[in-house]
Design a protein around this ligand. Structure first.
Ligand code: B12
Ligand code: SF4
Length: 482
């Protein structure tokens, strides 16, 4: 069978299809980097590749199937998270029924290859790092070669499910081509106003993996608990390309943990400064991975905001989550970022085992003292494959939602004993947002941060979005009746 024409699909989330809430506060929209890396590698190998981002476009399954039928690819690749796995299974099954070959990849199929095949949603699953495996798989299919030697795949052999040996992670990420952004329509990505200062903003990843092992996170499971970095030169070159080709003004570094390697960060910042690259940027990192020195260097090099996964201010919760951080480290990081003059976005997890609405009120009061510019409340989600899932599956701490459509941290996938219902949890989160953002102290802080007309415009944009999102959250809560 000859394979030349490949279609890659980023499917929507079922809850977004239901509620149409794709770009509300908290849901960020960037091109699907994983698929763009896979696409770039396939193009380099001479394949004709197209990407359909129905997550960003929030397209129905019918529409996606129609798009596939009119494009007539030789094979279709579908990436899937846990929250849209059921939907991806429906999509894959429908596409297989009309005669397409389907290959699954991404987080959830990598953790559950057997399930993907058993549910007849895919012919093949690429497990883990996709680039080298998909190239070898397509080559083997084109040449009718035996698939049993292709490392990192699972596949249907007649009615039998075969799971091959895993593939080793790439030693050198620099060999990968830049993500194929030319294959997506960049005009459909509208990141939340809260998440950028200057537009256009592009997401860039400078590493794969994180050496920590928080119980709710899949990073270690996916990337093996080691952090592989692209070289500083490679990333600088990539940013330069984004500036020249797409007029990028800002970069959102979406690494698991950007500042884990201070030597790398310092070299990178020095190079940005030496090359007089005037882009603004933000990054995710841990509270225990920053100190005053590194924060100052980052600021000098254009960083204006750091996003921290704080998760909780109770040591027992932090220990339960295996976060390996302390309250002292949290306070220190908050103090230092303020001292250096960087904005922060702090992420917290609501719906923890021993929590209740009263505790959330107290938490919000405490976190207000940090004067973080933005806060995000994610709902605790026991992703299959995590240690958290193993800890709470017994039902001792509360009720787990079986339907994976809820598994995206915006909807309740776990209701702790301290809450009466999903609605109770959703409303508590809505109230937490209002308690944080509708404080006089917050308004004064934000007005006090205005330095120029552009700052005022940005604040207005953000305020509009925050109010709109609160209304939407309420509507969503109302839609959830139990
Ligand atoms: C950056 C990031 C984001 C960014 C996305 C930026 C971007 N431009 O893509 C933002 C902030 C927007 C985001 C949003 C969300 N994210 Co996120 N995100 C991440 C993070 C930190 C890195 C993802 C990444 O880019 N990895 C690098 C790429 C190269 O890896 P990859 O996508 O897995 O793809 C590789 C392979 O999986 C494979 N592959 C993937 N798809 C396919 C398809 C085919 C056909 C093939 C052959 C191979 C293949 O090949 C790729 C290259 O090697 C991961 C954690 C992690 N370490 O992976 C969480 C993570 C993926 N996110 C997660 C979640 C939950 C979400 C949200 C649902 C959160 C929310 N409530 O909004 C949304 C969903 C958005 C969406 N559908 O795109 C979870 C997923 C958990 C799960 N089991 O579903 C993760 C694992 C974090 C966690 N909690 O552990 N995210
Ligand atoms: S530090 Fe962040 S990326 Fe690393 S394991 Fe913990 S949550 Fe995951």
């Amino acid at each position: 069978m000859e394979i030349r024409k490949i279609l890659l699909i980023h499917p929507p989330f079922p809850k977004n299809l239901e509620h149409g809430t794709i770009s509300r506060f908290g849901r960020n929209l960037y091109p699907p980097l994983g698929l763009c890396y896979v696409a770039a590698t396939l193009e380099k190998e001479g394949y004709k590749v197209k990407i359909i981002d129905s997550f960003a476009e929030n397209n129905s399954l019918n529409k996606i199937v129609q798009q596939c039928v009119s494009y007539q690819p030789d094979i279709i690749g579908i990436t899937s998270f846990t929250g849209n796995f059921n939907l991806s299974v429906d999509l894959g099954s429908r596409l297989r029924k009309v005669g397409f070959l389907v290959v699954f990849g991404g987080v959830h199929p990598s953790l559950k290859p057997y399930e993907s095949l058993q549910r007849k949603a895919a012919d093949y699953v690429v497990v883990g790092e996709g680039e080298p495996t998909v190239v070898e798989l397509l080559d083997a299919l084109s040449k009718n070669r035996d698939l049993s030697t292709v490392k990192g795949i699972a596949y249907l052999d007649g009615n039998k499910i075969k799971i091959n040996q895993p593939r080793k992670l790439l030693e050198n990420l620099n060999i990968l081509p830049f993500p194929a952004l030319h294959l997506v329509d960049l005009t459909i990505y509208k990141p939340s106003s809260v998440t950028y200062k200057n537009k256009p903003v592009f997401s860039v990843i400078t590493s794969r993996g994180c050496p920590y092992d928080c119980s709710f996170c899949l990073s270690k499971k996916i990337w093996g608990g080691i952090c592989r970095k692209w070289s500083v030169q490679h990333i600088i070159y990539q940013i330069d390309m984004l500036v020249k080709k797409y007029s990028a003004k800002e970069i959102a570094f979406v690494d698991d943990n950007f500042a884990v390697d201070h030597k790398w960060v310092e070299e990178f910042c020095k190079m940005l400064i030496a090359k007089k690259m005037t882009i603004t940027w933000s990054c995710f990192t841990r509270v225990d991975n920053v100190n005053e020195r590194i924060l100052r260097i980052m600021k000098q090099a254009g960083c204006y905001r750091v996003l921290f996964g704080i998760e909780s201010l109770e040591q027992t919760d932090l220990d339960f989550l295996n976060k390996m951080t302390t309250l002292k480290q949290i306070e220190n990081a908050m103090r230092l970022t303020k001292k250096v003059g960087l904005e922060t976005t702090t992420h917290y997890i609501l719906g923890l085992p021993n929590e209740n609405p009263q505790k959330v009120k107290k938490l919000v009061k405490k976190i207000s003292a940090f004067r973080s510019e933005f806060v995000k409340f994610n709902l605790m989600t026991p992703y299959p494959g995590t240690k958290l899932y193993d800890k709470i599956i017994s039902g001792k701490f509360g009720k787990i939602e079986d339907n994976m459509d809820f598994y995206d941290t915006l909807f309740p996938a776990f209701i702790p004993n301290g809450y009466t219902s999903k609605k109770d949890l959703m409303i508590t989160r809505d109230q937490a947002y209002r308690q944080y953002y509708l404080r006089i102290g917050y308004v004064i802080q934000m007005l006090g941060s205005l330095r120029c007309f552009d700052d005022a415009k940005r604040l207005f944009r953000i305020a509009r979005q925050l109010f709109a999102s609160n209304t939407k959250h309420k509507l969503l809560a109302a839609n959830i009746t139990s």
